[in-house]
Design a protein around this ligand. Structure first.
Ligand code: URA
Length: 416
């Protein structure tokens, strides 16, 4: 009985493959109701899952749809981030890696909660198609070596429905559920080598290092079962990534980085690190050698060229990226050094502006968002503009101190 399975998990007991299969496939077939699935998901969030259960759930997810096979096209690398505020890393590193001669097929998702999604960002480029068919994916990879598209409806359809339910039932932040959701999509999507960027902090799905390490370990073990090389990286998500938050603004920032116009912030450092990890995996070379190729791809303009090829091939036009003309500002209320920028508060603000969704049905406004003018560690003076807010409608902005922590510069006492 369905309710017995929920009760078993509520008591912290291990579910068998058969029980998980009955429950999850029953949900896809409409035999298990939303409220029953929500109850089981919450029990999993609270009581956790054994490794055996996670392996079983991952298999059930993978088997719910098609498994793509790109073997003929060589070694395919994919990267996934657990999501963050201002996380436009995929837009930057996928073209870099492809420009280094490593084919990239990237199935991306939409924004979730306060975190943005690559598919929403790409759709801010007028005309850009994110619904490529399997045949189109295959053709484009052969032609230009890079594809970034939405999850096709036939790959892990189970994840689509469960994910939407998790989003609205407070059941996203669960290590076993995240591990099976991510890994099932990567494996069914045909990736041979997988790099996972696990974000940790206030603006991420996971807020502590212990769980982040557990997640990394679990995903590597799942990779082993399916003979996929999995590398993981834990990166900070207490402060936003880079200067821009919001769809069009993030694409524009990514384009600047690909053209080498911005080269000295932590976002660029993270991108170079992740891109060289992917190139190293794909080509079987050291990270140092890979980093040289990555820098060359950016400096010689190959990476930006690859980005333009991607946009062009998927029907987009960079002339059609629009940013709202209506601006508001967050002003420094004192002088000092910025010691923190609250990623979560900025995530909430961006959703309030319309850059993200509060419910599944919400339509995104690509043109709104936030552009920071300073990052953590920089000195500001009272009255400086800390951030420009691109708005469409009336919004009440948060107070400066709710987002920016500014500490007075310490002056050394003079010896008398
Ligand atoms: N990203 C995913 O694809 N799934 C999760 O559960 C969390 C982040």
């Amino acid at each position: 009985m369905i309710v017995d399975i929920i009760n078993k998990k509520r008591l912290g007991e291990e579910l068998s493959y058969k029980e998980l299969d009955t429950f999850f496939n029953g949900y896809l077939e409409g035999k298990v109701k939303d409220y029953q699935m929500a109850a089981l998901l919450m029990a999993i969030c609270i009581k956790g899952m054994t490794e055996e259960e996670v392996f079983a759930l991952t298999k059930i997810f993978i088997d719910s749809g098609d498994i793509l096979d790109f073997d003929e096209l060589g070694v395919l690398v994919d990267k996934h981030s657990t999501g963050g505020i201002g996380d436009k890393v995929t837009l930057i590193i996928a073209p870099i890696v492809a420009a280094c001669g490593c084919p990239v097929v990237k199935f991306s998702g939409r924004g979730l909660g306060y975190t943005g999604g690559t598919i929403d960002k790409l759709e801010s480029i007028g005309g850009f198609r994110t619904d490529l068919s399997d045949e189109e994916i295959y053709e484009q990879i052969k032609k230009i070596g890079i594809v970034i598209t939405g999850q096709t409806k036939d790959i892990v359809p189970m994840d689509k429905v469960i994910y939407a339910l998790r989003d609205v039932t407070g059941t996203v932040s669960s290590v076993p559920l995240i591990a099976s959701s991510i890994m099932s999509k990567k494996i069914a999507g045909g990736a041979d080598k997988i790099l996972i960027d696990v974000k940790v902090g206030k603006g991420a799905l996971i807020d502590n290092e212990k769980e982040a390490l557990e997640l990394c370990d679990l995903m590597k073990k799942i990779g082993k079962i399916y003979h996929r090389e999995v590398r993981t990286k834990i990166s900070d998500m207490n402060v936003p990534l880079g200067y821009a938050i919001g769809n069009s603004l993030e694409v524009l920032e990514a384009m600047d980085i690909l053209q080498g116009k911005e080269d000295n912030n932590c976002l660029v450092e993270l991108c170079y690190d992740l891109a060289s990890e992917m190139v190293s995996m794909s080509k079987g070379i050291s990270k140092e050698e890979a980093l040289k190729l990555v820098k060359e791809a950016v400096n010689k303009g190959y990476a930006y060229q690859k980005f333009l090829e991607l946009v062009n091939s998927q029907g987009g036009s960079i002339e059609k990226i629009s940013v709202s003309k209506k601006e508001k500002y967050i002003i420094a209320d004192k002088s000092g050094i910025i010691t923190n920028i609250d990623a979560l508060e900025l995530g909430k603000l961006s959703v309030m502006l319309g850059a993200g969704r509060s419910s599944k049905e919400d339509k995104i406004d690509y043109s709104v968002g936030i552009r920071l003018h300073y990052l953590v560690g920089e000195e500001v003076r009272k009255g400086d503009t800390l951030a420009t807010i691109y708005v469409k409608s009336k919004v009440k902005l948060p107070k400066t101190k709710d987002i920016f922590e500014i500490k007075k510069k310490r002056t050394l006492k003079k010896n008398r």
